[in-house]
Design a binder for this molecule. Structure first.
Ligand SMILES: [Zn+2]
Ligand SMILES: [Zn+2]
Length: 146
């Protein structure tokens, strides 16, 4: 398996805006050339052609991007989770008591939300959600951790 110089006839130009493999070019490791060739084997030396990149730099770049994406999504999930935990652990009893009082004494939604907001880590959105749930669907139990 040696280069016979035939491959230069099929030599592929570097494409603009895309990768060589992405544009259908194939690499012969023996001839050390990218060629425009449909077959699996080099028309010059007969060696198996490469159709996917094996460049370590390229792979590392790809892996780094995947890892960065994963880290970002984990970070989002963790912050959401910690907020929920903070509310359920520290304020569950307060919220529960407030909601019971609100329902039994017939507080307005606004007053209930205001009371709930005194709870540690309680956001307006969360308070509104709890109030809507308690006032809207009374048959269902109040889901504090929802
Ligand atoms: Zn060759
Ligand atoms: Zn070759």
């Amino acid at each position: 398996m040696t280069c016979k110089g035939i491959c230069t006839r099929y030599k592929a130009q570097k494409p603009v805006g895309t990768g060589r493999y992405a544009s259908g070019q194939r690499r012969c490791q023996i001839c050390e050339i990218f060629i425009k060739w449909e077959g699996l084997w080099c028309p010059c030396c007969g060696y198996r052609l490469r159709t996917k990149p094996r460049n370590l730099k390229y792979k590392a770049k790809l892996r780094a991007r995947v890892e960065a994406d994963a880290a970002a999504s984990v970070q989002v999930r963790t912050s959401e989770k910690s907020e929920a935990i903070a509310i359920s652990a520290e304020s569950a009893e307060f919220v529960s008591t407030t909601m019971k009082t609100a329902v039994s004494e017939g507080w307005t939604k606004t007053k209930t939300i205001a009371e709930l907001r005194k709870s540690e880590g309680m956001t307006v959105k969360k308070a509104k959600g709890l109030v809507d749930e308690a006032f809207g669907v009374r048959s269902k139990p109040i889901a504090i951790n929802a």
